[in-house]
Design a protein around this ligand. Structure first.
Ligand SMILES: [Zn+2]
Length: 245
């Protein structure tokens, strides 16, 4: 395996438990062609037995055999899950189950893992510009708090950078209607010739407003050959962020 990054959310109290997380890219799996090597998605045209093996390898990075994988829909639905499997039409999953990995897939959108290692609550989230406007990240934080989380930390994974993400005016006008000024000014960027969206900066602003300490894996999917990018490649695989108690 050759993950993009692995890390650990450490508890602040003796009763807490460390929470492992990992971010994957292209390297280290068994897929080939445009899905080489570590595609984690069943829905992009890759061989499903290879995706199964890739998901097993990815789960092992955080020490689990099975994961609940969200099948994102660019919405704001958050589900509390207790079993492995696929969460359909869901952009965020939350659990308190030890040994159950949570996996968010992306190929330009921002995958996010969150944890309160003292309360034993974790989440995985998928967020593109639509999810940013709909507030999927604060919605996931709300569900974590409903299950006892108080001190939440987060890591945002590889995503398309603002320079590589020009958007149309329709996107900007949607975000203007949906977001408060503090988040909007960080994510909607007027470069004169073209509007751009910095989804990662928007996610970080939303998390800051929720008092969530957040770190970033600042790698751009569109320009980094070790990452999958839908914008750059079209038919391609998906990388993931995985977290487990
Ligand atoms: Zn870029």
């Amino acid at each position: 395996m050759n993950p993009v990054a692995v890390g650990r959310f450490r508890p602040a109290t003796p009763g807490g438990r460390p929470v492992n997380w990992a971010a994957t890219g292209r390297l280290g799996g068994v897929s080939s062609g445009e899905f080489a090597e570590l595609n984690l998605s069943f829905t992009v045209g890759d061989d499903s037995s290879r995706v199964d093996e890739n998901r097993r390898l990815a789960g092992r990075l955080v020490g689990v055999e099975q994961c609940n994988v969200l099948d994102a829909k660019h919405g704001a639905l958050v589900q509390f899950v207790t079993e492995p499997g696929i969460s359909a039409a869901t952009d965020a999953v939350v659990t308190t189950v030890v040994g159950l990995g949570l996996m968010a897939l992306a190929a330009d959108c921002v995958p996010i893992v969150l944890a309160d290692p003292d309360a034993g609550v974790i989440a995985a989230v998928h967020c593109g510009w639509r999810g940013l406007g709909l507030g999927v990240v604060p919605a996931a934080v709300d569900v974590m708090r409903e299950h006892g989380a108080t001190r939440i930390k987060a890591v945002t994974g590889p995503a398309i950078c603002v320079d590589c993400y020009p958007v149309g005016l329709d996107c900007i006008s949607d975000l203007r209607m949906q977001l408060g000024r503090e988040v909007l000014q960080e994510c909607a960027i007027d470069r004169g010739d073209q509007w751009r969206v910095d989804v990662r900066a928007g996610v970080h602003a939303q998390l800051r407003l929720e008092s969530v300490a957040t770190w970033a894996i600042e790698r751009c999917t569109a320009t980094d050959p070790q990452l999958f990018s839908y914008r750059a490649n079209g038919r391609t695989g998906r990388q993931g962020m995985i977290v487990a108690l």
